[in-house]
Structures are given as structure tokens and as C-alpha cells.
Design a protein around this ligand. Structure first.
Ligand SMILES: Cc1cc2nc3c(=O)[nH]c(=O)nc-3n(C[C@H](O)[C@H](O)[C@H](O)COP(=O)(O)OP(=O)(O)OC[C@H]3O[C@@H](n4cnc5c(N)ncnc54)[C@H](O)[C@@H]3O)c2cc1C
Length: 374
């Protein structure tokens, strides 16, 4: 292993892996991950949705600019499709009908004008829809499922193929800067590099403090999810994703079952997040309002931390005060769908270059992401 590299990336989730893949084109790269597996925390716990009408303006711009990579990844990157078109149906009950106007406006603004339908549309797509639940719905046919594991593993594999190194079970516990180099300690091991990229997910503010940075005000928020077995004889695999008009729950097919969430966002310290029983029960209750599944029981439950700063937009760029410290944090609930363009733009910003033209064309500027805005 090289004694000294150009760039050390801390965190092997989707953020660190995509940054490593693109940075490794021009730099020697070392990625350090605390856990035994790189996707152990939030990256391994997502709902795997690609939805261009989701998140802040900047998130939408980065998501739209990521679509090309998803649809046409580089030669040899993966041997499976990264996107599977599924479609989202936004369902409103009688009291929520008025909300569909603003959801429709958002979709139109994102260049995805939805189809507007009556309840029968939802009832046809979801054969065990609860009669009388839906009063109206919107249909966005282009939103997709992401093969998260294929994407994440391909970034890691591709990093190694370009000469980058990945070290797991390497929890960074001390940082210092000496003679223009970061000295990075992981227990009794030490690594050094000119630039440090902070892709530590929910722990990004802790890592920043280790380096002497001011906090960016990151708040990890717990979200609960589960797989519910479908009723005997009901094949859910061709169902759309369903979200209620207030986003108080959603469900979609996964692994022959239904992945469901109450879309919770409970502030939490950085940790190995676990689901609370009340959140599991609430999710099931809400899903049961929309589909006829009286004995729904989860086969598997989990929770993960989605981390946000105050304005909900990721923080990407050099720290204004601490030399050689680059932030890549606050991906919220969008760190998978944005990863291809995020990795590309990180590689440019680390080198002091402008953003890639593809994302400038969508309307994004480096200032939108910079820690200076906070
Ligand atoms: C239930 C749920 C549903 C979601 N659905 C979607 C979705 O549909 N679409 C979407 O785009 N996004 C979704 N997300 C969000 C997405 O999963 C995250 O934005 C993304 O995974 C964040 O990636 P990350 O690399 O920043 O964080 P992580 O995957 O958490 O990676 C950070 C890594 O840093 C490591 N680390 C921390 N401190 C140190 C240290 N000191 N030394 C070494 N390593 C360290 C950690 O061990 C961790 O592996 C969802 C999240 C949840 C929880």
C-alpha cells in the first residue's frame, strides 16, 4: 500500500464510493471505511428510488443530470441495468384531493407532467386496493427503481481497477495536518494524503470537528422501512410505487414483497439506527388504509439515518478555514439517485475546476453546494 496518496476519502457508502471512482481517474485514492462492509449504514438501507421530482432544487438538478449515467454507464461498469422503470402513483383520499394540484405542479416544474386520474386508475394498478380509499391520483410513469448494490459495488470495483485502494475496518479516530499533508490515524495504523474528503454520512460533523472545522449543523434523521409479505396468491412485482399525497407512507414491490415506510424523519445522534416498534406499527396501519391486507406482518424491518443540513441541500466543497478538507455530506434521502453526477462533480471541485457542463445545463452552480452558504 502506498505510504502517501493524493486523496483520502473517509466513508465507503454511496457518497465515498462514487467520489472515489471519479477521483481515481486522475489521482491516487485511498478510501477508509470503519465497518467490515462499505454499505453497512445508510447506503444499504435505502428504498432504491430514482425520482426526478424529489428534494430541493439542487437535488433535482443533480438527479436529472445523473440519468445519462444510469441509462448509459461506461463500458464494462456493470452487467445489469441500473434502472428499472416502475412509475409512481400519488394517491389522495377525499380530504387530500386538493393536495394533488401542488404535487402535479412540482412534477410539471421538473419536466415530468403527470397524468391525472380518478380512483379506478389506482384500483386497476393495485388489485387489492381498499375500495373507497382513493378519491383521485396522479401517475408519473418515469420514476424508477435503482439497483443500489450493483451501482455501489461497481463504483468500488471500478475504483480498485483504476488503482485506488479500499481499506475496511478502518475507523478514523484522529486527524492532523503536517507539512501540507493530512495524517489520518485508525487505531494503530496511519495514512497520509494531501486532500481529505469527508464522506462519513451521519458522522460527517464529528469527522469535521476532528479536523478542527466548524460544524455544518448536520442532523441525522431516522427513517423506518420494512418488507411485508404479500397476501397468498397476490403477485405484487408489477405494481407501481404508491405514495400518499401527504407522503405519510409509501410502498413498492421489492424481492417479491412490499417495501413500506411511513416516511418518518426522527432526529437521532449518529448511530447504527434500529427501528422503533411504534414506527413499524404505524407504517402497517397506514398501508392498511390503502390496501386490503388485514393480516400484514413484516418479514424484515430496518431503519437508516438520512442526514440533512438546514436548507436540505448537500454540502459539497472545500472547508472555508481548514486547508485540504473537502465536505461531501448531507445527502438526505437522495444520496443514491444523485450519486453518479455527485461523484463526477466532486472530482472537478476537488481539482478546483468548474462543475461538469451537464449539471450546469440543469441550473446548478458550485455556490449552491458550497459550505460557504451555511
Ligand atoms: C429508509 C431509507 C430510504 C431511502 N431511500 C432512498 C431512495 O429511495 N433514493 C435515494 O437516492 N436515497 C435514499 N435514501 C438515502 C440514501 O440511502 C443516502 O442518502 C445515502 O446512502 C447516503 O450515503 P453516504 O455514503 O453519505 O452515507 P453512508 O452510507 O452512511 O456511508 C457513510 C460511511 O461512513 C463511514 N464512517 C463514518 N465515520 C467514519 C470514520 N470515522 N472512519 C471511517 N469511516 C467512517 C460509515 O461507517 C458509513 O459506512 C434512503 C435512506 C433511508 C434510510
Amino acid at each position: 500500500m502506498a505510504d502517501q496518496v493524493d486523496v483520502i476519502i473517509v466513508g465507503g457508502g454511496m457518497a465515498g464510493a462514487s467520489a472515489a471512482f471519479f477521483l481515481a481517474d486522475k489521482h491516487s485514492v485511498l478510501l477508509l471505511e470503519a465497518e467490515e462492509h462499505c454499505g453497512y449504514h445508510t447506503t444499504g438501507r435505502s428504498a432504491a428510488v430514482f425520482e426526478e421530482n424529489y428534494g430541493t432544487k439542487a437535488i433535482r438538478e443533480i438527479t436529472r443530470a445523473s440519468r445519462d449515467f444510469y441509462e448509459r454507464p461506461p463500458e464494462g461498469f456493470v452487467d445489469v441495468p441500473l434502472l428499472h422503470q416502475r412509475g409512481w402513483v400519488f394517491v389522495a383520499n377525499e380530504e387530500q384531493l386538493h393536495l394533488l394540484d401542488s404535487v402535479a405542479q412540482d412534477l410539471e416544474d421538473a419536466g415530468l407532467p403527470p397524468e391525472r386520474h380518478g380512483p379506478e386508475f389506482y384500483e386497476n394498478l393495485v388489485p387489492i386496493a381498499k375500495p373507497g380509499y382513493a378519491a383521485g391520483c396522479l401517475w408519473n410513469p418515469v420514476s424508477s427503481d435503482i439497483d443500489v448494490d450493483a451501482l455501489h459495488q461497481a463504483f468500488l470495483r471500478g475504483t480498485k481497477a483504476k488503482g485506488g485502494e479500499i481499506v475496511t475496518r478502518a475507523r478514523v479516530d484522529q486527524l492532523s495536518r503536517e507539512a501540507d499533508l493530512w495524517q489520518v490515524r485508525c487505531g494503530d495504523r496511519q495514512f497520509s494524503g494531501a486532500i481529505l474528503v469527508n464522506a462519513a454520512g451521519a458522522w460527517a460533523d464529528e469527522l469535521g470537528q476532528m479536523a478542527g472545522c466548524e460544524k455544518i449543523g448536520l442532523v441525522p434523521k431516522r427513517r423506518t422501512a420494512m418488507l411485508i409479505k404479500s397476501p397468498e396468491g397476490v403477485d405484487v412485482m408489477e405494481w407501481p410505487a404508491v405514495v400518499d399525497a401527504e407522503e405519510s407512507f409509501y410502498f413498492k414491490p421489492q424481492s417479491g414483497m412490499l417495501l413500506a415506510s411511513m416516511a418518518d424523519a426522527t432526529p437521532s445522534p449518529p448511530c447504527d439506527a434500529q427501528p422503533e416498534e411504534i414506527d413499524v406499527a404505524t407504517t402497517i396501519y397506514r398501508v392498511q388504509q390503502a390496501i386490503d391486507m388485514p393480516t400484514a406482518r413484516p418479514e424484515k424491518t430496518w431503519a437508516g439515518l438520512r442526514s440533512f443540513v438546514a436548507d436540505g441541500t448537500p454540502v459539497v466543497g472545500y472547508d472555508p478555514k481548514v486547508e485540504g478538507f473537502f465536505w461531501l455530506a448531507g445527502q438526505g434521502g437522495y444520496g443514491i439517485q444523485t450519486a453518479p453526477m455527485m461523484g463526477q462533480l466532486v472530482a472537478e471541485l476537488v481539482d478546483g475546476n468548474p462543475l461538469p457542463q451537464r449539471v450546469i445545463d440543469e441550473g446548478l452552480s458550485a455556490e449552491d453546494l458550497s459550505p460557504l452558504r451555511l
